[in-house]
Design a protein around this ligand. Structure first.
Ligand code: GRF
Length: 217
């Protein structure tokens, strides 16, 4: 089967992008990264992508007075690179409904919480403040509302007695780097599909056992 041509949108350090790039470096992986696109010219992730030999581009949101024009420029660059699918990986701009609809069910995001808890920013601080005992991360298809959409995969980590936001973030990030490539693999293999705003595994089950805390590869 042809590999799914994927664009990755970043704004910063790009560690999730690098996790995806590492997975895609295996020719047997069902997706390949055709472009890493940043809205921030200084994003450290751009250099990391170049180290993988992946083409990069910058579309600086400051050059666009209107969000719709920025979103259209992003889509145009992605399509020009041949992208059929998009992964948001620490992309810190809100995307308007037009972009989300254009890429509907072809657009994944990773969020550092067990959605629907803690949408938005500062998730680790808020998890500690709320006193939850489990925290984690989620890969989901993107819908116009912030951090909303059908959930593909989640991983939970315990909140430990001495955790700070930083130690908790590090434990979650390790899981992010596992579940993002695993989720992209399932989507690229068409092992999961969206039905009624939920993700269904091809076994017909909501979760065949591989979508929550997936086993180590
Ligand atoms: C990650 O925690 C991701 O879940 C969130 O933004 C952060 C990006 O980190 N959406 P990185 O740029 O992938 O290292």
């Amino acid at each position: 089967m042809a590999r799914l041509k994927t664009g990755v949108l970043i704004s910063g350090r790009g560690s999730n992008m690098a996790a995806l790039a590492e997975a895609c470096a295996d020719p047997g992986f069902p997706a390949e990264i055709v472009l890493v696109l940043s809205n921030e010219p200084g994003a450290a992730g751009l250099g990391r992508a170049q180290d993988f030999g992946i083409p990069t581009a910058v579309v600086d949101h400051r050059a666009f007075p209107e969000r719709a024009a920025f979103d259209a420029a992003l889509s145009d660059r992605l399509e020009a690179a041949g992208a059929e699918f998009v992964c948001l990986a620490g992309f810190m701009r809100l995307l308007a409904a037009g972009f989300v609809e254009r890429w509907r069910d072809r657009l994944l995001n990773i969020h550092p919480s067990l959605l629907p808890a803690f949408r938005g920013l500062d998730t680790h601080e808020r998890a500690l403040a709320a006193g939850v005992l489990l925290h984690g991360c989620t890969v989901h298809f993107v819908r116009p509302d912030l951090d909303d959409g059908p959930i593909v995969m989640q991983a939970a980590v315990p909140v430990l007695p001495r955790d700070t936001a930083d130690t908790l973030a590090a434990r979650v990030l390790e899981q992010e780097h596992r579940i993002y490539p695993a989720a992209l693999r399932l989507v690229a293999e068409r092992a999961v599909r969206v039905e009624g705003e939920r993700v269904i595994h091809r076994t017909g089950w909501r979760n065949d056992g591989s979508l929550a805390n997936p086993p180590h590869p």
